[in-house]
Design a protein. Sequence first.
Length: 443
Amino acid sequence: MLISKKKFIANMVLISLLVAGFFFLNGNRDKVEADNKDVYRNIEILTEVLRQVEKNYVEPQKAKDLIYGAIKGMVRSLDPHSSFMTKEEFQELMAETKGSFSGIGIEITVKDKVLTVVSPIEGTPAYLAGMKAGDKIIKVEGESTLDMSLMEAVKKIRGREGTPVNLTVLREGEKKPLEFKITRGVIPLKSVRYFFLTPDIGYVRVSTFQGNTSEALSEALQVLEKDGKMKGLVLDMRNNPGGLLSQAIDVSEMFLDSGVIVSTKGRTGSHDIEARAHKNSHPRAYPMIVLVNGGSASAAEIVAGALQDNKRAMILGSRTFGKGSVQTILPLSDGSGLRLTTARYYTPSGKSIQSSGITPDIEITFVAPEKDAKKKTPRFIREEDLKGHMVGDSILENKKKGKKTETEKEKKARELLEKDNQVRHALQLLKSWAVFKKINVNP
């Protein structure tokens, strides 16, 4: 239904007054008056275009669609992370942080004007199909993503559980585009997994920062720290696309007793915050290694930066994604929403994460295991291989005890160590830590 000209003009005048009021409250009078003239002049162009569309476009258009289209175009021009959401899109976003949703399980952004995968979420259809951080999605269902907004792309990729979606992807190192046909599924929000790599070195995988991440991590640490047997921890945040700022702060505070966790600086003072750690009721004195890579973004970078700058953990892996801007979710009166960039993140040392990311203390590139790696590994002949060798007391003792059945978590730890060189290196560092502590530097 078309909006009447009289009502249309009244609405535009109201918008003009609201915009003028905003500028008046956020600047000096002289500057505001100059800005007002500029705003009114451009508002007139907007109303003129809408009037021409209403009057002359070949087919009748709904006023709501025209206004929404204008808003989407305006917000899209700001940066890759700001977006306007319809009521349905806004509800989907809320579902991401509170419950499960249906899709393929990837975090995407617009990088260098190309739709790019920040990270596939572990265990999801996209992850199992082999999609990787850095993949550039150039087509969705055969349609080019060149002029597609982030929210439009998300809407097209998501869908009903059990339905397929076809993606065309450019990947560095590949000579031609890759084609993925992925069946959508319910994306679980289980963000924390844990087990022991050795009897005294714990491993925690945090795959995303959702509404219950800090609670789940607390429960995981309680299990690992039980009986005081844990002497070191590997915190794995590789391919973690981020999530809620509040959860990043809570997770960081679990390992810190004092100091700044993160600060944000925006255009107005209301967006300037400084989160600090408080005395931890449960001291954690063991050494930590944090694993990161190019798929670690946003909230994951905040945690890594907080632990690195406060000298609480050693960061190992490759440079992180570099998403250092804060998006505030603003609900609007008709049920729609606005995701607006309102500030930048800064690590405790005052460094901006934006674009530069977090540089690890020890840079090690992940090396995919070869299928026949075991065959290629040289094996030295030892005493135990010689015919007629004597059996040691410790071996006899072990034989008496019998062979222990491998648990599911022990199997996961063994398989992870076999295929993941970064986890192996982290484990070696933590083991060395304990050894170096025993060395007497003043004999």
